[in-house]
Design a protein around this ligand. Structure first.
Ligand code: MG
Length: 379
């Protein structure tokens, strides 16, 4: 069980919910990192007394150093700071809640220090899944997923002694705010429409990914890497209520699922207490009032990002890294109002057609694919 964490990405949605769980379980904090939010970081540092605080932005780091000068807290800027936070002696668990491929190197460094990884950064497994899982095996580092779907699968696999007994993983998907719309209708959707997610409260990037279903595509790839299964054995179903968080189907036809309220604190708590469970102070699921549970097939013609992700999952190599980077750039352009909703998938396809895929890639190949895809996804 976790005693002391380094939290990479403490001011985002997952970061803030992680700190609620830290408070509740009475864990200690070795390091906190953020991009630019100095005010919130100052508050967090004063409450949790980490030994290290990192701001990715240099000016924000300078400002924070001044503000925390009355406390014995080191303040570091940028990626060096992130690497330091990921490898601190005192932390037994590193929570990777940063958004984007910036999470990759610190995660690998934490694995080499045999930390438990409470994995909330999608890009790590999407871009470099084979590399990361091989390294985790080599160093004996535990990777415990924080994402609700992967945590549900992880929990549903606890009684499984032989992976070959698994027939299929079924990830559930809320369907996002545009469920049921045609490709033509989607053309007119704006960031304001997309940012109203029905069940989960999340950051802007992941909210758009939920609207395009790219989020589910990324999660399918993550599940393949985490559990070493081909894409043919990983499916997604639309489940609007977000009560069944995902399922494992075994070869004898048994399906085991994890159900609960849509609250990220449950998977975060489990990532810290695994293999044990702690009492929750939060509202529990009431089966008698939660209503009907429904399941639908996703529409892969309208939501093209999901189709692209499944294709990249099949191709392998650096194709997932190219897709992921192009998607990040395209989503930012959409959020700025520069491109339409369906242009996100178009730009990802453009990048995939422009950047050459490398197989059995090294970390350098993956980072280069990421860089080239960002350049290729601009028009
Ligand atoms: Mg999820």
């Amino acid at each position: 069980m976790t005693k002391c964490i380094s939290l990479l990405g403490s001011t985002g949605s997952i970061g803030k919910q992680t700190l609620q769980v830290v408070r509740e379980l009475g864990l200690s904090v070795a390091a906190l990192t953020a991009n630019t939010q100095v005010d919130l970081m100052e508050q967090q540092a004063r409450e949790f007394h980490p030994e290290l605080v990192v701001m990715m932005n240099e000016d924000a780091a300078k400002e924070l150093r001044l503000r925390l000068s009355d406390l014995p807290i080191r303040v570091m800027p940028g990626e060096d700071g992130l690497m330091e936070a990921a490898t601190l002696e005192n932390a037994d668990t590193v929570v990777t809640a940063v958004v984007g491929s910036v999470g990759l190197r610190p995660t690998l460094a934490a694995i080499e220090k045999k930390k438990r990884i409470a994995l909330a950064n999608k890009e790590t497994l999407v871009c470099a899944g084979e590399l990361v899982m091989a390294k985790a095996k080599q160093y004996g580092a535990e990777i415990v997923p924080v994402d609700s779907e992967h945590s549900a699968i992880f929990q549903s696999m606890q009684g499984c002694r032989d992976r070959s007994e698994i027939a299929r993983l079924i990830l559930t998907c809320s369907g996002g705010p545009f469920f049921g719309m045609s490709y033509e209708e989607l053309e007119h959707m704006t960031p304001a429409h997309a940012l109203k997610h029905p069940n989960w409260s999340m950051g802007a990037k992941i909210t758009i990914d939920s609207a395009t279903l790219m989020n589910k595509g990324l999660e399918i790839i993550e599940a393949m890497r985490l559990y070493d299964l081909p894409v043919e054995q990983v499916d997604a179903v639309i489940h609007r209520q977000s009560i069944v968080h995902s399922l494992v189907e075994y070869r004898d036809g048994a399906m085991i699922a994890q159900l609960g309220t849509p609250d990220m604190k449950l998977p975060i708590r489990y990532a810290f207490t695994y293999p044990n469970r702690a009492v929750t102070p939060d509202r529990r699921l009431d089966l008698l009032t939660c209503g009907d549970l429904t399941f639908h097939a996703p529409d892969m013609e309208a939501f093209r990002c999901l189709k692209i992700a499944r294709e990249c999952a099949k191709v392998g190599g650096t194709s997932c890294a190219i897709m992921n980077a192009a998607n990040e750039v395209a989503v930012m352009a959409f959020l700025r109002g520069e491109i339409g909703f369906n242009d996100i998938a178009r730009r990802v396809e453009t990048a995939l057609s422009r950047v050459e895929v490398k197989y059995e890639p090294s970390l350098a190949d993956i980072l280069e694919a990421d860089r080239l895809a960002r350049l290729a996804a601009v028009n």
